[in-house]
Design a protein around this ligand. Sequence first.
Ligand code: SAM
Length: 251
Amino acid sequence: MQPDPPSAIGNAASFTPAADDVFGRIANRYDVLCDVFSFGIHRLWKRRVAKVLADEHWSTLLDGATGTGDIILRVLAHDSVQGRSIIASDISPQMLAMAERRLAGHAEQVSIQQLDVEAMPEVPSDSLDAYSISLCLKICDRQLALREALRVLKPGGRIIILEASNIPWKSLQSAYLIYMSVCMPVLGWLATGGDASAYRYLLQGIEQFPSAEALADEMAVAGFADVRFERLSLGIVAIHVARKPFSVDEA
Ligand SMILES: C[S@@+](CC[C@H](N)C(=O)[O-])C[C@H]1O[C@@H](n2cnc3c(N)ncnc32)[C@H](O)[C@@H]1O
């Protein structure tokens, strides 16, 4: 039986892990592909989001869709996070196996858990101080993911999102999208040895994902308070930070 198609509104890339296990297939090449697709710039984005994460006050952080643990490794480089607990989670066992290997030196601080960001019944409500998700909101149902993040956070807990965004200058954004649609298939085809899925999802997700302002509005509608964002690399990606309100009246 075919899995249900993802909601067109909530899942910008129309990606369904059960239908196309693209991350399982590319897990051992994922970090190299990030370098190829972004010309290495993803390292700056990840360094920045790791700094934002390290500067927040939390005892327990859950990183949803952690992939190979690339961002958590950068978070752990900050002295301020020593002794704090991190759950690195992903839906893909292959990606988690990579994360487990890369984070093995921090086993006392980091636990690895297979979780679906859209539904995490394994995680109790109001149990986390911070929740992060990077480069996944465009490939999952973001309304479900935001709702679940809100549920698992303690009142006052922080959500930190790194995601593809929009360049606020329209002509530059159009040029960027044209460049992506011409270059990505060629680069992606070469880098993945002809595996079209990886760059198809990437492109569709970028084109269909809301602007930074619209995502901030969606977060507020989902129930988050004090939503703010910063653009990186002219707005190619943005980091959104918000908190779970202390009471329903505050939302
Ligand atoms: C583009 S990668 C980002 C990985 C990592 N956060 C980073 O920035 O390097 C997307 C990740 O999301 C995971 N993923 C996709 N759908 C998911 C879901 N519903 N729940 C949890 N993880 C998911 C994939 O397995 C993959 O590891």
